[in-house]
Design a protein around this ligand. Sequence first.
Ligand code: GDP
Ligand code: MN
Ligand code: MN
Length: 242
Amino acid sequence: MSSLQGYTVPGLPLVREGDDLAALVKSHFELQDGDVLLLASTIVAKAEGRFRMLEDYRPSPRALKIASDLGKDPRFVQAVLEESADVLLERPFLLVATRFGHIGVNAGIDQSNVGEGRILLLPEDPSASAEAIRERLHCDCAVIVTDTCGRPFRTGVAAVAIGWAGIGPLRDWRGERDLHGRPLEITLEAVADEMASAANLLMGEAGGGTPAVVLRGLDYPRCGQSLFRTEEQDVIRRHLRS
Ligand code: GDP
Ligand code: MN
Ligand code: MN
């Protein structure tokens, strides 16, 4: 019988710029080797001082046009454009690729759990954030930075991994045999995304105050390729532009 345990890290405070997330987690939870620590991007971004005031943005003509089409605050649209490496859709919502490779609506900029008039950008490089946190945990653990996202083709949000360290985010099943002895040819399983979604069940989306989850009992790959498709590999992205 296989099993998996998931724990919220209890008692975490409102995170502020400069907070040491590794120290905070360790003071509230005893990590064991092999654990996977999942952190909501929200607290990683807060610790990294990624708050911005809407009033500090000066909308460009492009931002003004998109904002009026979408009925959005032009300063918010400007913030999204400034976080984008590539704009995939301007309507019916702003879908962009961030500089670190994640594709998301509004560049993942949050207005919930942050306070009035403020926005919270995603961490600039969530895998680098995960690595820095992992190094300070001083254990053989993986760290995954999660964000809740809408999904193409499917209703409802779910969390995905937007950064990771100490883990290969994809499990390669190629070459393993199915029940009938036939070798699998193309199955890469996005284990870091699956863990992110599982952890998000415990984090919740509102005021629960549970931005850190530990998954225990999983065997996971320690290295491997990225979850972010390159532009050349991404057929859908190509069609959005045409
Ligand atoms: P996102 O999915 O990364 O955008 O984060 P959410 O805004 O959905 O928040 C995920 C969880 O983290 C929820 O349980 C929030 O209540 C919690 N959360 C957000 N910010 C903080 C914080 O500063 N401190 C604590 N303790 N919890 C927070
Ligand atoms: Mn978010
Ligand atoms: Mn969320």
